[in-house]
Design a protein around this ligand. Structure first.
Ligand code: ADP
Ligand code: MG
Length: 263
């Protein structure tokens, strides 16, 4: 499902304009993000790729209001994040944004159902059992509601984390290498599930992945290098994505075999 780059900007749920994020001062200055302008449209699934240190995590954290840019503007659903105070930002993150991490971040002492219900509890809403089960059904784990995370496989734990991220029905879901700890097949299943959930609910997902096959399931793949967006592909095949990565510096060695069809 590819979308033309020229599509109307009004449909963008996330918009970064001239966003820079630097660390340190003068001699130790690092430009983690350098003047990035990019938007993400409602109902789309975007994969973000780039060499280690290219700014993927910084991009996601700035877009999700977990980090503050040094310069530029970030809008979520038309709301300017950089103008919000800490308290307003926390509320916006809670109500509009979901985040999935590589390390699942489930609470081991809680059941699967209680883990999924947690964001609603933290928001002071009484979670309905039906809503929790529905979220678990969406990730195919309703039968595991009373299990503890430790009793589940890595892929199942990440699916619980997805159910937890989806239950508050956020406008945008960010994932920073959410399948990085999973084997290739499980990673694909988890990404497909995430993509289908996003399409089904008209939500928006922006997910960092190192896997060209996984990225080929996205509507769009955005390539970062040295803190900047250097390219994007719509509805590209895994081969095309891998081929593009071989020209992004540090990726070259790692993926040249893949591009030649050796993997
Ligand atoms: P990626 O996720 O693509 O690996 P990051 O966004 O984590 O890249 O980092 C981008 C650049 O910013 C890297 O050069 C990294 O070393 C630097 N960086 C990230 N966080 C910090 C920090 N807290 N202090 C100093 N430099 C940082
Ligand atoms: Mg990172």
């Amino acid at each position: 499902m590819s979308t033309p780059p020229s599509a109307a900007r009004t449909d963008e749920v996330v918009r970064l304009t001239g966003v820079s994020r630097t660390y340190g001062t003068e001699r130790t200055l690092v430009r983690a993000l350098d003047d990035v302008t990019i938007g993400f449209r409602r109902g789309t699934f975007t994969a973000v790729m780039g060499p280690s240190g290219s700014g993927k995590t910084t991009l996601l954290q700035c877009a999700a209001g977990l980090d503050r840019p040094t310069a530029g503007s970030v809008q979520i659903d038309g709301q300017e994040l950089t103008k919000l105070g800490e308290k307003e930002l926390t509320l916006l993150r809670r109500d509009r944004i979901g985040f999935i991490f590589q390390a699942f971040n489930l609470l081991p002492a809680l059941t699967v159902a209680d883990n999924v219900a947690l964001p609603l509890r933290l928001a002071g809403r009484k979670p309905e059992r039906g809503a929790v089960l529905q979220a678990l059904e969406r990730v195919g784990l309703a039968a595991r509601a009373s299990h503890r995370p430790g009793e589940l496989s890595g892929g199942q734990q990440q699916r619980v984390a997805i159910a937890r991220a989806l239950i508050a029905r956020p406008a945008v879901l960010f994932g920073d290498e959410p399948t990085g700890a999973l084997d290739t097949r499980t990673a694909l299943q988890v990404l497909r599930l995430l993509r289908d959930a996003v399409h089904h609910e008209g939500q928006t997902a922006v997910v960092v992945t190192h896997d060209p096959v996984a990225a080929s399931h996205a509507d769009r793949t955005v390539f970062l290098a040295d803190g900047g967006v250097v390219d994007e592909l719509y509805g590209a095949s895994a081969d095309t994505i891998a081929e593009r990565m071989t020209h992004l510096g540090a990726w070259g060695d790692r993926f040249s075999d893949f591009a030649e069809g050796a993997v």
